[in-house]
Each structure stands twice: as C-alpha cells, then as structure tokens.
Design a protein around this ligand. Structure first.
Ligand code: HMG
Ligand code: MG
Length: 292
C-alpha cells in the first residue's frame, strides 16, 4: 500500500493476534461484529484470522466461517490472514484473502515451539507458499518474531534479525514485519534492530509489531516514527498475545498508536471515535465470564 508524505498505516491485528491467546473461544458472530466495527472505523488493513492447525490454535479454527461472513462487509479494507504452510495457503486462497502472512523468528527456540521447525526449515516451507500466493495475485507479509528477545533463549541480536529478514526477502516476501513478541524492547533496542534491518528494506517499508508487556511500546513506536517507520500493527483495546510465548501480553493498542501519530503531525485513515467503539465492543466480549 503506497502512503502519502505524512501518512502512517496502522494495520489492525486484534481479530488474529488479539483473539488467538484467549482462554475463551469468541463466537463467529462476535468476531464478525468486531471486524465490522474496525472497518467502520476506517482501518485499511485487518489481519482477520489464521489458517494454522486447529490443534495448535483452536481459538481460530473458525477461520473459513469468519472470512465468509466478513468479506462482503469489508469493501474498502484489505483482509489478511496468517499462513504457516501450503495447506494454510490453500485454505486462505479458497476464502479469497487479499494478503497472507508467513511467520518465522530470529530465535531457533521460538521457531521450534511456535511452528515446530527450524528457521531454515520454515523458510524452505514458505518458498512454494510465496510462489503460489503471488501467482494468485496475493500479497505476502513475512513476520520475524523475537526481534529483541526470545521467551526461551533470551536476548536476540540485531544481526540475527537482519539475517532472517534477508532470507525472507530472498524468497520474495513483499513486506517484512518485525515483532517484539514478548514486549520487552526499550526504544534503543528498537532503533538498533531497525537500523540493522533497513539494509534489507527501507524504514518506510518495514512494519513494526509491538507487544506492550512492559508498557514501553509507545516510546518504542515513537522512536520508530522518528527513524522513518510508517507502518505499525496494533490491536484495538490492546488485546492479544502469543500462546507459544509465555509471559507475552497484548499488542500495542491501536488507539494509542493513532493518538501518537496524530500528536506527531501524521495522518491515519482512522476515525478515532469509531475505533473506540470497536475497542469497547471487544473488551465487553472478553469481559464476559468464561463458560465451561
Ligand atoms: P506440525 O504438528 O509440525 O505439523 O505443526 P503437521 O504437518 O504434522 O500437522 C499437524 C496437524 O495439523 C495435522 O492434523 C495436519 O493435518 C494439521 P492431524 O493429522 O494431527 O489431525 N495441519 C493443518 N490444519 C489446518 N491448517 C493448516 C494445517 N497444517 C497442518 N495450515 C504447524 C506445524 C505449522 C501446522 C503448527 O505448528 C501450527 O499451526 N503453528 C501455528 C502456531 C501459531 O499460530 N502461533 C501464533 C501465531 S505467531 C505469533 O503470534 C507471532 C506474531 O504475532 C508476531 C510477533 O508477535 O512476534 C505473528
Ligand atoms: Mg504478535
């Protein structure tokens, strides 16, 4: 997606990253309503679900049903989904997504726990996925998790992150998304890793995916903005976390990201009042007592 000079793109990952880690399984009706409210708030890109193994992430086993219901409602928004392998891609293409996200890590231990593969194996697995996605006219995002630290292996170097980015770029992913999976980064860590990865893709094409475990995600986003990053992921109400990253909390809240961008003189596509409505809706769904 091309951006204007003072424009920032906020991609909403709440329906995927936000709901994948919930103890409850949110109903298809509530997921659809959440996505509908996000579209009404002017969000241009929404990661709506994952086509992963339902054994691994039962919370998103309803991916086909969700997409079938939201596609007709999401006219102006690009809908994307996580895809770990060729099986996932077939499912995603059958649902008509416009974009997919393959995902690996800069840490071997996390790759093993999250996708049961080494980093190299995961990238080999993505080669036919990227080729077939492009043949179908679908854009491919490549996530790199653990850009600062791994929940199993500890600190991760910017070189390791750049190396995984370079491999993903070689196999043809269109966009690189850098994830502070467990939300432990300081602004200086973010600056170091961005500077390193900007040798693979320019700052204004990289996407930053922050979790807010230590309440430093906003200062990190602020530093990234100052360095030229123009694409961020967030989740309404700051919901989320990864089931295979113990200790990780929610994503940076999209509302706070939007406030930051506006305060620094950037525009987003978002109607802040309507975004607040989406955030309150999903908060109320998640506040209901878990049955069973
Ligand atoms: P595996 O067990 O090694 O693979 O899992 P497998 O090929 O042996 O398959 C196991 C079972 O899953 C089989 O079924 C397959 O058919 C099925 P069974 O025979 O046991 O009944 N299966 C599938 N079913 C539906 N769709 C598919 C699919 N693939 C296999 N696509 C696998 C390997 C990659 C599948 C598994 O590890 C997996 O699904 N992992 C996903 C974990 C996940 O979603 N984690 C959260 C997302 S990543 C994240 O949150 C980080 C991010 O936000 C960025 C950040 O914050 O850093 C993106
Ligand atoms: Mg995440």
């Amino acid at each position: 997606m091309t951006l204007g000079a003072r424009e920032v793109l906020l991609c909403e990952v709440g329906p995927r990253d936000g709901l994948q880690n919930e103890q409850r399984i949110v109903s298809v009706d509530d997921k659809v309503r959440f996505i509908e409210l996000l579209v009404a708030a002017g969000i241009r890109e929404i990661e709506v679900t994952s086509f992963v193994s339902p054994r691994w992430v039962p919370q998103l086993a309803d991916a086909e049903n969700v997409l079938a219901r939201v596609r007709p409602l999401a006219a102006g928004a690009l809908l994307s989904a996580l895809v770990p392998n060729e099986r996932g891609l077939e499912r995603a293409l059958a649902c008509g997504v416009g974009k997919i996200s393959v995902f690996t890590a800069a840490s071997e231990a996390f790759a093993q726990k999250n996708i049961n593969a080494t980093i190299a194996e995961s990238i080999d697995r993505f080669v036919p996925v990227v080729r077939a996605a492009h043949a179908a006219g679908v854009v491919v995002r490549g996530y790199v998790s653990c850009i600062v630290a791994c929940p199993y292996d500890g600190p991760v170097t910017p070189d390791a992150v750049r190396e995984t980015c370079a491999r993903l770029a070689e196999i043809g992913v269109d966009e690189l998304d850098l994830g502070d999976t467990i939300g432990v980064a300081h602004p200086d860590d973010i600056a170091r890793v961005l500077e390193s990865c900007s040798s693979v893709r320019p700052m204004d094409e990289l996407v930053l995916h922050l979790h807010d475990t230590q309440q430093r995600a906003i200062p990190c986003a602020e530093r990234a903005l100052a360095l030229g990053v123009r694409r961020f992921d967030g989740s309404a109400a700051g919901i989320g976390g990864c089931p295979y990253a113990p200790g990780a909390s929610g994503n940076i809240a999209t509302e706070l990201l939007d406030d930051l961008c506006i305060a620094r003189g950037y525009s987003t596509s978002i109607d802040r009042t309507a975004l607040g409505r989406a955030a309150r809706f999903i908060e109320s769904v998640l506040a209901e007592p878990v049955v069973g």
